[in-house]
Ligand binder design. Structure first.
Ligand SMILES: Cc1cc2nc3c(=O)[nH]c(=O)nc-3n(C[C@H](O)[C@H](O)[C@H](O)COP(=O)(O)O)c2cc1C
Length: 251
């Protein structure tokens, strides 16, 4: 089969009719995978400000203006992001919709079957109260977990991993989303992969709009060196791997 046809077919939902849903792990009674990857119990965790705290830092914005002003921004100044602003961006992209009241399956972004296969990694370069380094967001407890602190090579390695797109590391914080595909495959088998990428679009669009609301900018990044990025994040590249990035900064 022509290569392009194979890739075009991946965009279609025709495969749904061929799937025997009785064979899914969900249907076979396998427990659902966790919604959040485990952390090293010895790692440092940082509590993020909750919605009541960061709300006062976010100016009231007009939605029509915010949507109309959205654009990809690649030039960031040296200003630091406040930790409250970062907490708002994380809430907007993966946060729980109504923690304590609703299931953690319900977030500020939609997800096919509410499976939420993403983990959010952050290369923090300039955020008040946080040391530079690689962190992961824990949406179920609204915390960050430190994976490693930056050294003089971190920014250079990140720039290399995004094929020399310098602005991706020249910002306040670089968001990187990985997927844990089994969370989606558990219910959807081969349908999972198409909807994982559809899900990613919603996450990044919320980041664009939330950034505009705090006078910051971002740019979706889908061009990167897969193996180099996965190595930087210390994920295995099979059960979890990078799908999308977005640098954030003031402009
Ligand atoms: C899926 C996707 C992947 C993209 N990848 C990159 C990228 O790797 N590098 C980059 O500089 N811009 C990237 N962009 C940003 C586009 O170039 C940008 O959205 C487009 O030029 C339109 O500009 P606007 O976002 O300001 O409307 C990407 C955008 C999307 C939606």
């Amino acid at each position: 089969m022509d290569k392009l046809k194979i890739y075009r077919d991946f965009l279609k939902d025709s495969i749904r009719k061929k799937i025997d849903f009785r064979k899914t792990d969900q249907h076979q009674g396998v427990p659902a995978p966790p919604l959040q990857e485990k952390c090293d119990p010895n790692s440092q965790r940082i509590s993020l400000p909750d919605k009541e705290t960061w709300r006062s830092f976010i100016e009231k914005t007009d939605l029509v203006h915010t949507i109309g002003n959205r654009q990809s921004r690649r030039n960031f100044n040296a200003e630091y992001l406040k930790i409250e602003e970062l907490a708002f961006l994380l809430w907007a992209t993966q946060g729980q919709r109504d923690p304590g009241q609703q299931s953690p399956l319900f977030r500020t972004v939609p997800s096919a079957g509410a499976r939420h296969s993403f983990e959010t990694y952050l290369f923090i370069h300039r955020v008040e109260k946080l040391s530079a380094g690689l962190y992961r967001y824990l949406p179920l407890s609204n915390e960050l977990v430190l994976i490693y602190t930056s050294d003089q090579h971190t920014k250079r390695n990140l720039t290399r991993a995004v094929m020399g797109q310098k602005f991706v590391a020249d910002c306040a914080v670089t968001f990187v989303w990985t997927t844990v595909p089994y969370r989606m495959e558990w219910r959807y088998l081969e349908i999972a992969h198409r909807v994982i990428l559809l899900d990613a679009g919603h996450v990044c669009q919320n980041l664009y709009l939330a950034c505009e609301a705090i006078h910051s900018g971002t740019c979706a990044i889908a061009a990167y060196d897969q193996e180099a990025m996965d190595d930087l994040l210390q994920v295995d590249g099979e059960e979890q791997f990078t799908v999308y990035l977005a640098p954030v900064g003031k402009y």
